[in-house]
Design a protein around this ligand. Sequence first.
Ligand code: FAD
Length: 469
Amino acid sequence: MSNLETDYLIVGAGASGLAFADEMLTRSDAHMVLIDRRHAPGGHWNDAYGFVRLHQPSVFYGVSSRELAEPSLDQTGPNAGFMGLATGAQVAGYFHSVLEERLLKSGRVTWLPGHEFTEAGEVRNILSGEIQPITVRRKRVDATYHTNSIPKTHTRNFQVAATVACIPPNDLPDLASQYAHFTVLGGGKTGMDSCIWLLSHGVPAAQIRWVVPRDCWLWNRAFTQPDDSFFETVFGGFLNRQRAIAEATSPQDLALRFEAIGMWMRLTPEVEPTVYRGATMSEREVEMLRGIDDTVRLGRVQKITSSALHLERGELPTPPETLYIDCTASAVHAEKPPVPVFQDKLITLQMIRFPQIPFSAAISAYLETLLESDAEKNRFTQPIYLDDSVAGFVRSMGPDFTNRLNAGTHPQVRRWVNESRLDGFARIAANVDRADSAKMAILRELRDANFAAAANLTKLLAQLEERAA
Ligand SMILES: Cc1cc2nc3c(=O)[nH]c(=O)nc-3n(C[C@H](O)[C@H](O)[C@H](O)COP(=O)(O)OP(=O)(O)OC[C@H]3O[C@@H](n4cnc5c(N)ncnc54)[C@H](O)[C@@H]3O)c2cc1C
C-alpha cells in the first residue's frame, strides 16, 4: 500500500468535515485526505428517515461555496408560507455532489470511504483491516465530535419482546398500513416528525399514543427565516429576544419571556417544558401535535412486552396491532466535554455558534488559513457545550455571544461572517438600504439591546456557576 502524504487529514465526512474541506479549498492551496467509516459523504443524512427535513431553511445550510437550494417558499403542508426545508435525500444528494463535483474535481482532496481513525491513531480500512500509512504535514481535523445518534443506527436502552413490532421511523412509511395503532416513543423532533407524518397521512389522532418523557421548548420557525421579506418578524424578534435576555432573572424566567414574545412554544399549555434542544416547529405543526390526546408523560421507556408498555412511572396496556416507532436516539451528543478547537497539530471541530454546525466548521477553516497562533484562532471559536436543559441553553449563550462579539471587532473575520451564506442573517443586516429608516431603526435598537443582553447574561452565568459550586 502506498504512503499518502497530505497537509490535513480530515476524519469524518459529514456536514462538519465537508464544510471545513470546502472552505480550505477556497482559502488555501492545501491538500486534504478525507476519511469516513461510512461509504458515502454526508454523515448521518445517509441514514435519515425518509420524511426527515432540515430544521432550518435550506438556503443557509451546507458548505460555503455551493447553494443547497434556491430561496423559495413552501406552498403546501404545515410549513406553507415559510422558506423551503430540504428533505434528507436532498441533503444527502447535495453532499454527494459537493464531494464529487467540487472536492474531488479540485485534485486536492483524496477520499477514503470505509476507513476509520482508530484509537491508536491509525487510518484503518474497515473491510480489509489494512492500515493505510499517511504522513500528515500540518494537522489532523477531528470532524467527528458531533457524530449524531440517530434512530436507524443507535442502540436502544430498553428491552423489546420478540413478538413486538418496534421500528425506527425509517420503516414507518412501508409498514404503517399493516397496523391499527401507533405508539411513538420519544418527545424530541424525530418523535414530533413521526406524529406529524402519521396525522398528515390520514391516521386519526385517536389511534396515536405519544410517549413524551420530558417536554421540550420549541423554537418558532417564523423567527428562522433568512430573507429580507421576513425582516420585521426576524429582526424585530432578535430585538425582543435581546431585551428578554437583558431583563431575565433566571433561566426559567428567560424561557417564559421567550414564550411571551412568541419565540419559544410549548406543546401543552399546562406543562412547562424543562428541555431545550433547538427543535424548530411551525405554529401549525404544534396545533397538529396538540390534537393527540393520548400523550403519555410517565417517564422513559423501560421495556415493551407483548401486552404492555413499561415506563419509569407506570405501565400501560397496549392494544393488539400496535406498531411502536422508536424515536429515542439523542441526535447530537452532549456527553463529551468541550476542548479548544485549535490545539497544536489537532483541530477539533465543534459548535461555536448555536445551533449552526456547518457554519462553525467553515469559519474554523477560514481562521486556520487567516491567523497564525492557536490562541488567536480560539478567540473566535469558544466551543458550545450542548446540554439539553434550559440552564444549559443559557450557558451555551456565553461562548456564542463571545464568539460573535470577537468576530465583530476583527475587520476580516467580520467581513467573512457578513458575506457567509451559512450565517443566514448577517448578510441581510449588512445589506439593508441605509435610507430605509424603519429597518435601520430596528438595527440600531438591536445594537443597543445586544450590550444590555451581554451585561445581564454575564450575571446569569455567574449565578449558574455559583449554584453549581
Ligand atoms: C434529523 C436532523 C435534522 C437536523 N437539522 C439540522 C439543521 O436544520 N441545521 C443544522 O445546523 N443542524 C441540523 N442537524 C444537526 C446535524 O448534527 C448537523 O447539521 C450536521 O449534519 C452534523 O454533521 P457532522 O459532520 O458533525 O456529524 P455526522 O453527520 O454524524 O458525521 C460524522 C461522520 O464522522 C464519521 N466518523 C465518526 N467517527 C469516525 C472515525 N473514528 N473514523 C472515521 N469516521 C468517523 C461518521 O461515520 C460520520 O459519517 C440535524 C440533525 C438531525 C439528526
